[in-house]
Design a protein around this ligand. Structure first.
Ligand code: FAS
Ligand code: PHB
Length: 394
């Protein structure tokens, strides 16, 4: 039975990657925190999402004491493929960034490692906490109320970290006049399949007249594939056979020859949007991760941006509690937003470069092709892609 506390230093709303990583970093510095998660732990683990980690994310997981399995099982990638015009091109990320890499390790496993570490550290996570509500956000003593096990609970705290994702309660608790939001909704989604079939050696992003496709993986024997689809697509209209046929048509022949098909173990459609809420702080409430921003997954930035938000906020809270300085807290929003907007730009650029848009005319198609040709003929252009893909400095 989860112990119930009536007071903590930092109340964390949401037990996804943002909340768990923040909680673990605070715990290791002796800063008391409680995570309130709406769903069960199994439900959180059941969500199949990101797959590519930037070096900052790996570094933060190391600092959280959660990187042992990642270092043993994560797949270190030195390059990525771009497929268009019937040819597979390669971006040599390692060479173009003076030795940086990305690591393929599924978000599910990151979450599992963080959950295990939290249980080991004695950190409190209240799962299936419903009706979470934030109170007294204007003052110096915010409170959180929630229902769990049929009982109403109240949690007094110094600060609240809103790590509850795009649909969470935290951002909605900020008065509309205190928040600016920016949004772009894309006219398509991603149909994703997980299958226990041998993976390709590296990721392949494909631009094709039938639409975008992505070949990714979770391990050498577990593959993750996506095809662009209409945003209102009916999943039941996509039996495995149709998915594999479509994927094999959208990639170049060499890539198609390497793909091993098989039964899907998970199939889902994700909508694509760009979204940012500013500022990320409302007095003693901070927005973190998907609660603050959303990127189309084309640039593999969503989970990694959550990690850099947690980096900035955890450092700010360390300063507050360990050095009695508010400087980091005052600067959290500015610092995090600077990196967020650069990742938003890169994610929008990658999405625009690789997808077919319903209203695309012949001129914009020609521009897209010219951009791809320029990318593959210019080391400078490839270096720009590579440095954004591995993650800009924090
Ligand atoms: P999350 O949404 O992961 O976690 C928020 C948590 O808060 C959830 O567990 C939720 O149950 C809980 N919560 C919500 N409301 C609450 C409330 N009122 N009270 C208490 N708890 C509440 N990123 C990539 O890099 N690559 C990808 O391929 C990719 N694919 C994605 C596919 C989908 C369908 C989605 C939705 C996102 C995808 N992302 C991807 C982005 C994703 O990985 C996020 O960036 C990442 O989950 C962010 O983590 P959190 O900020 O913790 O938010
Ligand atoms: C994934 O493996 O789920 C993945 C990888 C790279 C992306 C998006 C998703 O850009």
């Amino acid at each position: 039975m989860t112990p119930i506390k009536s007071r903590t230093q930092v109340a964390i709303i949401g037990g996804g990657p943002s909340g768990l990583l923040l909680g673990q970093l605070l715990q290791r510095q002796g800063i008391d925190n409680v995570i309130l998660e709406a769903r069960s732990g199994d439900y959180v683990l059941g969500r199949i999402r990101a797959g590519v980690l930037e070096e900052i994310t790996v570094r933060k997981l190391r600092e959280a004491g959660c990187a042992a399995r990642l270092e043993a099982e994560g797949l270190v990638h030195h390059g990525t493929g771009i497929s268009f015009g019937g040819t597979l091109h390669r971006i040599d990320i390692h060479a173009l960034t003076a030795g940086k890499v990305v690591t393929v390790y599924g978000q599910t496993e990151v979450t599992r490692d963080l959950m295990y570490a939290r249980a080991q550290s004695g950190g409190i996570t209240a799962y299936e906490a419903s009706d979470v509500a934030l109170h007294d956000l204007q003052g110096s003593a915010p409170r959180v109320t929630y229902q769990q096990g049929g009982q109403r609970h109240e949690l007094a705290c110094d600060f609240i970290a809103g790590c509850d994702g795009y649909h969470g309660v935290s951002r909605r608790s900020i008065p509309a006049q205190s928040l600016r939001t920016y949004e772009r909704v894309y006219p398509f989604g991603w149909l994703g399949v997980l299958a226990d079939v041998p993976a390709l050696p590296e990721l392949v992003y494909a631009n094709h007249e039938r639409g975008f496709a992505l070949c990714s993986m979770r391990s050498p024997t577990r593959s993750r594939y996506y095809v662009q689809c209409p945003v209102d697509e009916d999943l039941s209209a996509w039996p495995d056979s149709r998915f594999w046929d479509e994927l094999l048509q959208r990639v170049d022949p060499l890539t198609a020859s390497r793909i091993v098909t098989g039964p899907s173990i998970e199939k889902s459609i994700a909508p694509l949007r760009s979204f940012v809420a500013e500022p990320l702080r409302y007095n003693r409430l901070f927005l973190v991760g998907d609660a603050a921003h959303i990127v189309p997954p084309t640039g593999a930035k969503g989970l990694n941006l959550a990690a850099s938000d947690v980096h900035y906020l955890s450092e700010a809270l360390f300063e507050q509690y360990l050095e009695r300085s508010m400087a980091g807290i005052e600067d959290y929003s500015r610092k995090a937003l600077s990196r967020i907007w650069k990742a938003e730009r890169f994610s929008w650029w990658m999405t625009s470069l690789l997808h077919r848009f319903p209203e695309q005319d012949s001129f914009s198609l020609a521009l897209q092709r010219a951009e791809l040709d320029y990318l593959m003929s210019s080391e400078t252009a490839q270096r720009l892609l590579a440095e954004n893909y591995v993650g800009l400095p924090v």
